[in-house]
Design a protein around this ligand. Structure first.
Ligand SMILES: C[S@@+](CC[C@H](N)C(=O)[O-])C[C@H]1O[C@@H](n2cnc3c(N)ncnc32)[C@H](O)[C@@H]1O
Length: 300
């Protein structure tokens, strides 16, 4: 679908904002055991009349949970599990000595501003030019200026050379890096996903990528999958579509072809460990038609 500049801006805003709104709302969960750690998310949300407004206001954030779970069952709890799991992997990689963090399709990711573990780590926020510009505007509003410790790199994954743009921003391809691709792969054409993952597969030994993906075969028959029919409808209503995924049960093979070896692959069942309340009850069910893979560059 051809979109004019205004629609593209709205679209970039709504997908990145939608994820941030879920984090803002879930960062107010009363039980710390299932709380989203992204306490900055609400500050990135623009003040306008939509669900994100409710996510911005502390008293009404509970409404967001109810509305989000009715619109797309599993979305709220998936966001809690995804943020917490990805934070854990980021911490683990930094503790193991990785000195570069590249957030691909960063949106309103706040890790560079809220994780003390990242002090001394070079952070690159890569995003589509439209979203990247919006993010910098919001950062100025939140912090008074655009933080100097992060490099903002404008890249369209369907057109631009990621390696060239990153190198121009100071990325060192001779040193290991952790790449994070959160909430992005399903929106990209299959070719762009393969190219991006394949490029990561050729980076310095020790490098790895953490990303969430959907099962491509689930798109053909969404009915058995919790939340998928509603997600497809919601994404279409925003003028977007889910374009790519990995065949169910083939993640290892898919990534091996691209030079990457799976270290972990979190499914809906495993996500329960992030959704278990202090009293031992599993409090929420995330949608379950994909996974969150962490894969490392294979020894050559
Ligand atoms: C749903 S948001 C996810 C944002 C963030 N990573 C998160 O987890 O909240 C999708 C992100 O992918 C980016 N994106 C989508 N298509 C892109 C493209 N062709 N090139 C670069 N970025 C793209 C959007 O700009 C947006 O920031």
């Amino acid at each position: 679908m051809a979109l004019d500049q205004r629609s593209r801006t709205r679209l970039a805003e709504s997908t990145a904002e939608g994820a941030a709104a879920l984090r803002a709302a879930s960062s107010r969960e009363p039980d710390a055991a299932v709380r989203n750690p992204d306490y900055l998310a609400a500050r990135f949300l623009a003040p306008r009349l939509s669900l994100t407004t409710f996510a911005k206001l502390p008293r009404s954030r509970r409404i967001v949970r109810a509305v989000a779970e009715r619109r797309v069952p599993g979305s709220y709890w998936f966001e809690v599990a995804r943020t917490r799991h990805m934070d854990d992997v980021v911490r683990g990689e930094v503790a193991a000595g990785v000195g570069q963090l590249v957030l691909l399709g960063a949106g309103y990711d706040s890790r560079a501003y809220r994780m003390p573990e990242l002090e001394g780590v070079r952070v690159f926020e890569v995003d589509h030019p439209i979203t990247s510009a919006l993010k910098r505007k919001r950062l100025e509003a939140v912090f008074g200026s655009v933080p100097a410790h992060v490099a903002y790199v404008e890249v369209d994954f369907t057109r631009d050379d990621l390696g060239e743009r990153l190198a121009a921003a100071g990325y060192d391809s001779g040193r290991p890096a952790l790449f994070v691709l959160s909430g992005v792969a399903p929106y990209l054409p299959e070719e762009a996903v393969r190219e991006t993952l394949g490029w990561v597969g050729r980076q310095a030994p020790g490098s790895s990528i953490l990303f969430d993906y959907l099962w491509s075969d689930a798109f053909d028959d969404p009915e058995p999958y919790y939340g998928l029919r509603q997600l497809l409808r919601r994404v279409a209503a925003m003028g977007e579509e889910l374009r790519s995924g990995i065949p169910r049960g083939r993640t290892r093979e898919y990534l091996a072809e691209l030079g990457l070896e799976v270290e972990s692959d979190l499914g809906a069942q495993d996500a329960e460990r992030y959704l278990t309340a202090s009293d031992g009850r599993v409090i929420g069910r995330p949608y379950g038609f994909g996974g969150i893979a962490h894969a490392r560059v294979r020894a050559r």
